[in-house]
Design a protein around this ligand. Structure first.
Ligand code: FAD
Length: 140
């Protein structure tokens, strides 16, 4: 089976009338991903999202196409897309790594300052960050 991994970053897009509810995003993501055999993790630091999706090429592409249309975030940048031998995040329909004191030490390891600037990071660094964040994601 042809497996791919896709990683992107984006910024949350709050409107004046509506506050984006990450729990709702996760519930919808997990429901769809379960049906599509898509796995991955989502990191969110109250400003930016970092998400990785793994699965068959067609399922990952279709999922990303829906995510691109979603008005709850903006400035979406594809960081990495490629074929993989095996999944790195197979335990999660969509694991969630919220920013916390636990993830902060991981962030410092991967940042030039105390703030994480995802838009200034290379795709290799972002992948290493995702692997490190994996240790903070509870199994669901
Ligand atoms: P619908 O549910 O019909 O929604 C259509 C549009 O309405 C959406 O594009 C969105 O702009 C808007 N919308 C939907 N629900 C809400 C809401 N509660 N509040 C405000 N606006 C809303 N989907 C996955 O399948 N897998 C993922 O891993 C995944 N990860 C995501 C990560 C992020 C950061 C975001 C923002 C979204 C993610 N989604 C994911 C959700 C995805 O964008 C789609 O909303 C979802 O897949 C359902 O697609 P749909 O075409 O049925 O959209």
């Amino acid at each position: 089976m042809l497996l791919v991994r896709l990683t992107y970053i984006s910024r949350i897009a709050h409107t004046k009338s509506e506050f984006v509810d990450v729990e709702k995003i996760l519930n919808s993501a997990r429901k769809h991903n379960k049906n599509n055999y898509v796995t991955g993790i989502l990191y969110f630091n109250s400003d930016c999202f970092l998400q990785c999706l793994e699965g068959s090429r067609s399922n990952v592409n279709q999922t990303y196409a829906r995510i691109l249309r979603d008005k709850r975030h903006k400035d979406i940048q594809l960081v990495n897309y490629g074929e993989i031998e095996c999944r790195e995040f197979y335990e999660w329909k969509m694991g969630y790594a919220p920013h916390s004191s636990l993830t902060q030490s991981t962030i410092i390891q991967h940042s030039i300052g105390s703030e994480l600037s995802l838009y200034d990071m290379s795709s290799n660094s972002i992948h290493r960050l995702l692997l490190a964040l994996r240790d903070h994601v509870p199994a669901i």
